[in-house]
Design a protein around this ligand. Structure first.
Ligand code: KG4
Ligand code: ZN
Length: 373
């Protein structure tokens, strides 16, 4: 089933084509450097950029696959949770495309493609399915810029919440700490890069909110601990905001820009990354203990690109004798391939939406209000 995926929930614009679970083409544009100028995502700018980019990316995606729009059988769009203005650009694009290719009576199967609104978080959790078979029942850990959630996943399309962050998400803890260090947005990638050159001090930052029986998280104290640490040790922060390309150029460029602060910053980042990863591992381990029938641990979301997080969660899975499943780093951050992958599975199960599909803003649960074909 040829499925187009559309992703515009935050600051990454993506369009992808998937057929029978395999990725055919993928076009993406990151707005990160633009938002880095403001220290974080500016919603109004994000919406305008999605609006500007979607059409050209769609055309390039079809060209990459060598296909015509008429071949598309399902259009899957991330409908939330996310920035409402950003979501509306993607949902409107998807609706327009479906209507243009087959008319609005999509639920009656009138010959045009079906429309499927996809939960962005569920798409993250299943993204690894593009690269390897998934195993269920599973415990899912979703760690992104807006969410830190643990789930019980008895089967591929079922998702039951076990725990969540009570304040900041793990990715947010990285982005806010990075700002205190004068590192560019998105902070997780910058801190992860520097951390590979540093030595972690396990006692430097707290493992917050672990002395309780819940599967919830709290990361806001960690960010405060970093702010206080930088106030005491100014050598842990860059003297002025670092340009995103400096870190992308690698270690030598970072050393040239940071001078003798490089090592102190690398050590500080290594300690912080370890504190986040260990906190995630402690609660995930508890979730696995509470669900002894688990066959796999699924790690997903932008923070799953973190090397230390991947290693510690892999150790956690192996300590519990379950399979460890994580997408390759490029599929961890926001992308349209995961949206197309989940959308295709839903469409194959007969689930779709009509043209009254709603976008769901951050903080609200995405309803399972599918129509059944
Ligand atoms: O899933 P995602 O791309 O977007 C959301 O849905 O939020 O996640 C973005 C988050 C950001 O907070 C970013 O700092 C973090 O993922 N991130 C990382 C890494 N790459 C991105 N965190 C740790 N290590 C990384 N390598
Ligand atoms: Zn995401």
């Amino acid at each position: 089933m040829l499925t187009l995926g559309v992703e515009t929930s935050c600051d990454d614009t993506g369009v992808a084509l998937v057929a029978d679970g395999a990725l055919l083409a993928h076009q993406a544009a990151s707005q990160a450097d633009l938002h880095a100028l403001f220290g974080g995502v500016v919603p109004e700018i994000a919406s305008r950029e999605h609006y500007r980019l979607l059409g050209p990316l769609f055309r390039a995606c079809l060209e990459e696959a060598g296909l015509e729009p008429e071949a598309i059988e399902a259009v899957a769009v991330a409908r939330g949770p996310g920035l409402l203005g950003s979501l509306l650009t993607g949902v409107s694009f998807a609706k327009g495309l479906v209507a243009g290719l087959g008319g609005p009576a999509v639920a009656q199967g009138d010959g045009g493609p079906v429309l499927v609104g996809v939960d962005h978080l569920q798409a993250h959790l299943l993204a690894a399915g593009l690269e390897q078979p998934l195993t269920f029942p599973a415990v899912g850990l979703l760690v992104s810029g807006g969410h830190t959630n643990l789930y019980w996943m008895p089967e591929p399309l079922a998702l039951e919440p076990l725990g969540r962050t009570l304040d900041d998400a793990a990715g947010e803890a990285f982005d806010k700490a990075a700002r205190a260090l004068n590192l560019p947005y998105p902070g997780g990638a910058a801190m992860d890069m520097l951390a590979t050159h540093g030595t972690a001090d396990p006692a430097l930052f707290p493992r917050a909110y672990v002395d309780n029986p819940t599967l919830d998280f709290s990361f806001s104290g960690l960010k405060t601990a970093m702010t206080q640490h930088v106030a005491r040790h100014p050598e842990c922060a860059a003297p002025h905001p670092l340009a995103p390309e400096t870190l992308r150029q690698g270690r030598e460029a970072a050393v040239a820009a940071l001078g003798d602060r490089f090592q102190a910053m690398a050590d500080c980042c290594a300690s912080y990354v370890l504190a986040v990863a260990e906190t995630l591992a402690i609660k995930t381990s508890r979730a696995l203990e509470q669900h002894p029938e688990t066959q796999a641990l699924l790690l997903a979301g932008g923070v799953a690109a973190s090397r230390v997080t991947r290693r510690l969660l892999e150790d956690t899975a192996s300590a519990h004798g379950v399979r460890f499943i994580v997408p390759s780093p490029a599929l961890c951050t926001d992308n349209a391939a995961m949206v197309a992958f989940l959308g295709e599975r839903l469409a194959q199960a007969g689930r779709c939406h009509d043209l009254d599909l709603d976008a769901i803003p951050r903080g609200q649960a995405v309803p399972r209000d599918y129509l059944q074909r």
